[in-house]
Design a protein around this ligand. Structure first.
Ligand code: NAG
Length: 624
């Protein structure tokens, strides 16, 4: 695993240390913010404006009157620091009130001061020429004690800054690298310190100034320089004088730190057309100045590939430096201007490189369109008419809900080669109702576009028939201009069902009609006579039995003598009769389960009584 991880790690490190910034900090814009800030009534905004403009060596107006009258909190050490330093930078120390130094003196006498308060107090005193520190070694020891309590990046910055004043820059140089390592990384591409732009700007500038004063080479690696540059670019949309001054300070220091990070940006456009076949790039440092020690022939387009199919279209093509504009380099793409599409160009400047996406814009032409109306079932072949661009079909087309409108066309580039565009649509729209229906046109095997518009399918979208425009719409991200061609007038008739349009849609809402269920009608019965005869035929055996019984008469001779022996015989006959009655009830009203419930005891009685009766009859027969 480690064997494949290490090359990956090396690759990613190389990728970053070779990287190029794709943006610059706009100094002109920042200067505008700072000049606006000079009019502010807020002491902090005024201080940062004066500081930034001084750094740009811009001419400062007379601000002594403003400083004299500006409102501030005498007990707020930060505001006192801003006021005294604004006065020092603009040469207005005489406009300060004598009591301005009470807060800094108080802070330095206190036991529980923070490093930030010490920094503000010392530099406020220094601004009025009273900042001398007598026992430097003791002072540094105290600062280090405080740093041990809270070693945040901001606190390191305050100690580094105090060391600049006290003359302990050597201590800074032994601790700067570890402080730099405590920077946070975002997305593996940008470095900043906890605390955002203020802390990042403060630490970077104090460290770089200290190293410069010691005459030492920069402690920043190329990768760190690039990543801090990325962070500053991500903050370039600042709007306040404070943000502008902090960004400017950091950007100036970073750009001056050699070898400076290289930035390449598009000068204006990112595409070529058939008229202009070159793209201009600005190759500068972070703030838009030429790169020292970069030879013009070191700016090369290493490769160019088409994004759609990864085909390589150019390799190792040098850019030409524009006469009298040392930061502008021209890439001539006349070789690929006939093949419209999106391309990735890898540019290198010195040992650094970056990828840029560019577009070769084509022109699209549709010379004519074939249009016709035919039946949906194809029984009649449609009458095809050809319209040439940019005209409109002279006669109005009529189509009803049993018909379809067919359009056929080919999109060609400037060199008459058939091309497929990303978006090809046909729009049917009514000016009267403002409604429209849009259909996608697709190419067939020959590369021609064809659309069938079924009138009945349009009805739900257009709602009402009548006059409509038919417009062809073609677009592509690699097209110089999209195409919109209204090629025909179309009179639509949606038939009777759709004439009202709207209700058909609204009927879907609200309560639905009640559902009535109809059972199947009973089948016809036979005639009354037939059913009577059938019923008699079924009952015939029973009638016959009753008749025969009437003929034979009842025989009670074998009935046992009363009273006791006759009991079982009586019981048997009663139970048997009960069973028959139950059988009749089953037909008339009882359910099968009820019948079974009554039959069970009745059956048991019948069985026992019957058994006893039969045995008696058997005994009697044996005795005879
Ligand atoms: C780009 O190169 C082509 C041929 O190599 C040349 O004809 C054309 O003039 C060049 N374009 C510019 C703007 O220099």
């Amino acid at each position: 695993m480690s064997r494949c991880l290490i090359p990956l790690l090396v690759l990613s490190l190389l990728a970053v240390s070779n990287a190029i910034l794709q943006g610059t900090v706009d100094i002109k814009r920042l200067q505008g913010i700072l000049e606006e800030g000079l009019k502010s009534n807020d002491i902090s905004s005024l201080y940062f404006s004066i500081k930034g403009l001084t750094q740009l060596k811009a001419k400062l107006p007379d601000v002594c009157d403003i400083i004299k009258k500006i409102k501030y909190d005498k007990t707020n050490i930060e505001q006192v620091f801003h006021l005294t330093n604004a006065a020092a930078l603009s040469g207005c120390q005489n406009s300060l009130m004598p009591d301005v130094l009470s807060a800094p003196t108080l802070v330095l006498d206190r036991e529980d001061t923070t490093l930030q308060e010490i920094y503000f107090a010392v530099y406020a005193l220094k601004a009025v020429g009273r900042g001398s520190v007598f026992d430097k070694e003791d002072a540094l020891k105290n600062l280090i004690q405080l740093l041990k309590k809270d070693d945040s990046p901001a606190n390191y910055g305050y100690v580094f800054a105090l060391c600049e004043h006290m003359g302990c820059a050597a201590w800074t140089s032994t601790h700067a690298e570890s402080a730099l390592l405590s920077a946070d990384e975002t997305d593996g591409r940008a470095l900043h310190f906890d605390g955002g732009l203020p802390v990042t700007s403060f630490l970077l500038t104090t460290i770089l100034r200290s190293y410069k004063s010691l005459g030492k080479p920069s402690p920043l690696s190329a990768e760190q320089r690039h990543k801090f540059g990325e962070y500053l670019l991500s903050r370039r949309s600042v709007t306040s004088p404070r943000g502008a001054a902090l960004l400017l300070d950091a950007a100036l220091h970073l750009a001056d730190d050699q070898p400076t990070p290289i930035a390449i940006v598009f000068k204006d456009k990112k595409y070529i057309t058939s008229e202009s076949d070159t793209i201009e790039f600005s190759v500068t440092d972070l703030i838009g100045r030429p790169i020292p020690n970069l030879r013009p022939d070191e700016v090369i387009a290493q490769s160019g590939t088409r994004l759609a199919d990864d085909v390589v279209v150019l390799s190792k093509q040098p850019l030409t430096q524009k006469p009298n504009e040392p930061t502008t380099f021209i890439l001539n793409l006349s070789k690929i201007k006939a093949q419209h599409g999106l391309y990735k160009i890898s540019l290198s400047a010195g040992s650094k490189s970056a990828n840029f996406n560019i577009a070769v814009l084509g022109e699209i032409q549709v010379s004519n369109i074939e249009i016709g109306v035919g039946d949906i079932d194809g029984t009649t072949s449609p009458k095809i008419t050809t319209v040439t661009y940019p005209n409109k079909l002279s006669e109005k087309l009529h189509a009803d809900h049993l018909q379809k409108v067919t359009l056929k066309f080919a999109a060609r580039d400037k060199w008459s080669k058939a091309v497929a565009v990303q978006q090809a649509f046909v729009r049917v729209a009514s000016a009267a109702t403002g409604r429209e229906a849009i259909y996608v046109a697709e190419t067939d095997s020959s590369g021609a576009y064809k659309v069938d518009l079924h009138v009945s399918a349009m009805a739900p979208h257009l709602l009402a028939g009548g006059a409509h425009d038919v417009t062809l719409l073609l677009g592509d991200s690699a097209l110089a201009a999209p195409l919109a061609w209204t090629c025909a007038d179309l009179e639509l008739n949606f038939g009777r069902d759709r004439a009202l349009g709207e209700p058909a849609v609204s009927a879907r809402r609200g309560p639905q009609a009640e559902i009535a269920h109809t059972f199947r009608a009973a089948e016809a019965r036979p005639a009354r006579l037939v059913s009577d005869v059938f019923a008699l035929a079924c009952a015939a055996p029973l009638l016959l039995l009753l008749l025969l019984w009437a003929r034979l008469g009842l025989n009670f001779q074998l009935f046992p003598p009363l009273p006791l022996p006759a009991l079982s015989a009586l019981l048997f006959h009663l139970a048997l009769g009960g069973s028959l009655a139950l059988y009749a009830l089953l037909w008339l009203q009882l359910s099968m389960f009820e019948t079974l419930r009554y039959l069970l005891p009745l059956g048991a009685v019948t069985f026992l009584a019957g058994h006893r009766l039969l045995r008696r009859l058997g005994d009697k027969a044996a005795r005879h």
